[in-house]
Write a protein that binds this ligand. Structure first.
Ligand code: N2P
Length: 384
């Protein structure tokens, strides 16, 4: 074949192009190699975002010692805060701890990663009853691993509440202390705190009115708003974490809070020997559970370390360490023998079977109801 000058020129251009492409792919390969090695070894860091006052004494320290992984630990105190961050994405966190009904919404939104269960052999320790109930929100338990669970209730400073009530006897229904104007108006003088989170306060108000706490009927929410308007003048603080110390040191005498947090306040008052007797009342007319779970954001930078953490937490003695420090129940069947006797016997940590039957399990809400809940709560809090 006779090649023309133009042909030779074209073939030279093609060769040069090929050489460039080869060089480029060799370069790309040399840049990519360290990335794949890095992925296999994963940087020794784990970024955790958990509720405040919600971990054992040595949980983090022992994990770091054993694995050489450095834990960076940030805290939040409402599901709303965590949810907004997860939906915005790029949180930088490897482990987050949503309540299960929020986790379910996050799974729907595609922001939580599917777990690699081959890395979680300790899942065998988890109570099949709790797993089955979580599976209603997270099919096949593919994304969420139980951390701790507890319930919403009334916490009181026994002596201060009795003094403020005067001749009024303690009500049989502990929720009357917060939702019946006759009682709460007296407690205002010693300080009343409500959780600062719409998704926990509104269901409790609905329940007090005898409604479904996760109602889908807007008229129910209007009734809840009316009830809250009546008691608003007596609420002196909105807090989802600081209230623990306020209750322990006597700055408030009654709270709508979380069962374990109120027991933490009780323990802090005992340790401080300040004379305050704090009690988490049993919601004998019914209340709402929460089931908090570990999950891995879909864009977590250290997913292997996150699996290591989850599996470590599910060791019976490690999960017992959480309960021993923060007074919430865990779903680890083998852990009970490591839980302190006085905690096992504390009926506001481990509810009796009769009390358990009166508790409601939270359900995810659709966007319209969540907007309504937020609006009513904001009106309640700001008094507008
Ligand atoms: C942590 C309380 C978390 C309970 N202090 C509510 N999910």
């Amino acid at each position: 074949m006779i090649s023309t000058t133009r042909d030779r020129y074209v073939s030279k251009r093609i060769e040069a192009g090929l050489a460039k492409m080869l060089m480029a792919s060799a370069l790309a390969a040399s840049f990519m190699a360290p990335v794949s090695v890095m992925a296999a070894e994963e940087e020794k860091v784990l970024n955790i975002y958990n509720w405040s006052d919600y971990v054992g004494e040595d949980t983090v320290k022992n994990f770091e010692k054993e694995t050489g992984i450095k834990v960076r630990y940030d805290v939040f105190d409402t599901n709303e805060i965590l949810h907004a961050k997860l939906l915005a994405g790029k949180t930088g966190y490897d482990i987050v701890v949503p309540s299960a009904q929020w986790g379910s919404m996050q799974i729907q939104a595609g922001v939580l990663a599917k777990l690699d269960k081959s890395k979680l052999p300790n899942l065998v320790n988890m109570d099949p009853v709790i797993q089955a109930s979580l599976a209603k929100l997270d099919p096949h338990n593919d994304h969420l691993v139980s951390w701790l669970y507890g319930f919403n209730t009334v916490g009181i400073n026994v002596k201060k509440v009795k003094a403020a009530l005067g001749e009024l006897p303690m009500p049989a229904n502990s929720w009357d202390l917060l939702f019946n104007p006759k009682y709460i108006s007296r407690l205002k003088s010693c300080g009343v705190s409500f959780l600062d989170t719409p998704s926990e306060v509104i269901p409790q108000a609905l329940l007090y009115l005898g409604k479904d706490p996760y109602s889908k009927v807007p008229a129910d929410y209007r009734e809840a708003a009316e009830l809250l308007e009546k008691i608003r003048p007596s609420v002196t603080l909105f807090s989802s974490s600081g209230y623990i110390n306020e209750l322990a040191n006597g700055s408030v005498c009654a709270v709508l809070g979380w069962s374990g947090d109120i027991n933490i306040a009780r323990q802090r008052a005992i340790d401080a020997k300040n004379g305050n007797v704090i009690e988490a009342l049993i919601p004998s007319t019914g209340g709402t559970w929460f089931f908090d779970t570990m999950a891995i954001p879909v864009d977590a930078p250290h997913p292997s370390n996150a699996h290591l953490w989850m599996n470590y937490i599910m060791r019976p003695e490690v999960q017992a360490g959480l309960t021993n420090k923060v007074f919430y129940t865990n779903a680890n069947l083998g852990s009970l023998k490591y839980v302190k006797k006085e905690i096992v016997e504390n009926k506001s940590v481990f509810l009796s079977d009769a009390d358990k039957k009166k508790m409601f399990t939270p359900l995810p809400q659709n966007v319209d109801i969540r907007r309504l809940v937020t609006r009513i709560y904001t009106q309640f809090k700001t008094g507008i």
